[in-house]
Design a protein around this ligand. Structure first.
Ligand code: NI
Ligand code: MN
Length: 225
């Protein structure tokens, strides 16, 4: 069984067989997060990109847990300089780990870390415990969102809906069609005023169109993948 816990903004925790994959752990400075970076478990940390609301508490959590960090090359190099154990993927690359794998796929967004490292943001196709999850990262709507499911049938997709910095909830309905996962969890909304939106309206539109089942999760709520 693979369990997904939403931690707020784009942060999620995937767990299967006692192995914890933590993605985009922006916790300490997230006004909506209820999980502390001081005790969140992590055996592997994955980053879609290095904006502050995704990189978040990565350095502190990786140092505490010893978890390696998978990030795009330029971000991985910055984190290696801070003493972290890193895996430096680029778009199209796959990293295999105990019990699963992660593939880095394109996303349409910009990328600069808080320390000033420019990089290309990504989406992540994550396989854990026999289930496959597509985390779109921060992105606008684009047609290649349809490509990951052609290689690996998806069980769940995490789609940003907040608008302003990513696609909004209307474009996210079309994104859900393209992504072709049977189960969708909206992310990247309501954390700050510019990205406030009506997640229940997104759920209604996607479900009424017969595109996918949608689970709107409060921070710390979990679903089975
Ligand atoms: Ni971003
Ligand atoms: Mn973001």
């Amino acid at each position: 069984m693979t369990t997904l816990t939403f931690l707020g903004q784009s942060a999620i925790l995937l767990e299967a067989g006692g192995f914890h994959v933590l993605v985009d752990p922006f916790l300490g400075d997230n006004p909506k997060a209820t999980t502390s970076p001081d005790d969140v478990p992590a055996d592997l940390i994955l980053l879609t990109h290095g904006h502050g609301d995704h990189l978040g508490d990565t350095v502190a959590i990786a140092k505490r847990t010893g978890a390696p960090v998978v990030a795009i090359v330029e971000v991985a190099n910055e984190l290696a300089e801070e003493g972290l154990d890193v895996v430096d993927l680029n778009l199209g690359g796959t990293h295999e780990f105990d019990g699963g794998w992660v593939r880095m796929v394109p996303a349409w967004h910009t990328g600069l870390t808080p320390k000033g490292t420019p990089h290309t943001p990504a989406g992540l196709v994550i396989n854990l415990g026999g289930k496959t999850v597509y985390h779109l990262g921060d992105t606008a709507l684009f047609s290649d969102l349809a490509l990951p499911s052609r290689r690996d049938p998806l069980d769940l997709a995490l789609i940003p809906i907040g608008g302003h910095y990513t696609m909004d909830r209307h474009d996210a309905v079309e994104a859900a069609r393209l992504v072709a996962a049977p189960h969708v969890v909206p992310v990247h909304f309501d954390t700050f005023p510019p990205i406030e939106t009506d997640a229940e309206a997104f759920k209604r539109e996607v479900e009424e169109a017969g595109v996918a089942k949608v689970s709107v999760l409060a921070p710390d709520a979990s679903v089975e993948v």
